[in-house]
Design a protein. Structure first.
Length: 323
């Protein structure tokens, strides 16, 4: 069962956060915005592109597949202290910095507002309310999350990405009325680009073969749901923790059975920044190829184009693996 946030509460939160007017800017006269992670940095830079007097910085941009054990650095704390606005992905992804966010005087934008959250459960995908061609979310409803219960990797569904762009635009437009039209125009352009890309991705998804996917990262549920993929297993391999022998045997048996019976063979994926040790062991036993997907947790680009490029890579990887 997914968790959806009521529209009324989000509206109240937005109103309360802006009651004091625009946040006090730093001495340089710029509006300083800190994006906690790379996906929301891409969406924020898309919304603020070309707007004078706005500086967007990225807090976490390092090759990692998860943030479970991340600890804020002195540099991170200084960035938060300087920020007038902090853009977070939400849904529990930034739980490691909840104390720091509670102490900051910056306005905080939670981009999980209104997203239908998927619970952590092994494999399969849930019924959902998205329409296949619906990328027109502007902003959304919110009522708080049970952190740890729901999958926070919401940006992996392009429809959610469009919603997140809308939420960022709505919030920043309310804080900086002088440039509201610019933010809104940028958001509309980004959402239009996502819609066009979505149509191409869906056309490729129609060519996906059968067999399902097995991922060595637990953050691809939204991606699987967006593209109607059968997520057979999602295994999180954290540093220092090995996949159990039972799980390895289950995966190998699943693949070997498909090979013996002539059924569609599942495709196995690791995350570009994650461990591939177990996947390689399974490959040695079964002879299958190992493929890669990206969680888009780091990069050098900005704006919506960088997000679209990363998703292109993922969709093409699925197409190649399930051809």
């Amino acid at each position: 069962m997914k968790k959806t946030i009521p529209a009324g509460l989000l509206a109240a939160l937005l109103l309360l956060s802006s009651c004091g007017g625009a946040p006090a800017q730093a001495d340089d006269g710029k509006l300083h915005i800190v994006a906690t992670t790379y996906p929301v940095y891409l969406f924020t830079t898309a919304v603020t592109e070309g707007v004078e007097g706005v500086e967007v910085s990225l807090m976490l941009n390092q090759p990692t597949s998860c943030l479970h054990d991340y600890t804020l650095t002195v540099t991170d704390m200084k960035a938060l202290e300087r920020a007038e606005v902090v853009v977070m992905s939400g849904a529990g992804l930034e739980d490691f910095m909840s104390d720091a966010l509670g102490q900051t005087t910056a306005q905080v934008i939670d981009c999980s507002a209104g997203i239908d959250l998927l619970p952590y459960e092994e494999g399969g995908h849930d019924d959902h309310d998205h329409e296949e061609d619906d990328l027109g979310h502007e902003e959304a409803d919110h009522d708080g999350h049970d952190h740890g219960e729901y999958d926070p990797h919401i940006w992996m569904d392009p429809r959610n990405a469009a919603a997140m762009v809308g939420t960022i635009s709505a919030f920043i437009s309310g804080l900086d009325l002088a440039h509201a039209a610019d933010y809104q125009a940028n958001a509309a352009a980004a959402q239009a680009a996502l819609t066009q890309a979505w149509e191409g991705w869906r056309a490729k998804a129609d060519m996906f073969g059968e067999g399902g996917i097995i991922t060595f990262h637990d953050g691809f549920r939204y991606f699987a749901e967006a593209f109607d993929l059968d997520l057979l297993k999602a295994i999180e391999e954290e540093e220092g923790a090995e996949t159990s022998a039972k799980e390895i045997k289950e995966i190998a048996d699943l693949i070997l059975t498909a090979q013996r019976t002539g059924a569609a063979v599942p495709a196995v994926f690791t995350e570009v920044n994650g461990s591939d040790a177990t996947a390689k062991a399974i490959a040695r036993e079964t002879g299958i190829d190992i493929h890669q997907l990206t969680m888009i947790m780091s990069g050098s680009g900005s704006g919506i184009g960088a997000y679209i490029d990363a998703m292109d890579t993922n969709v093409d990887a699925i197409l190649e693996a399930l051809k």
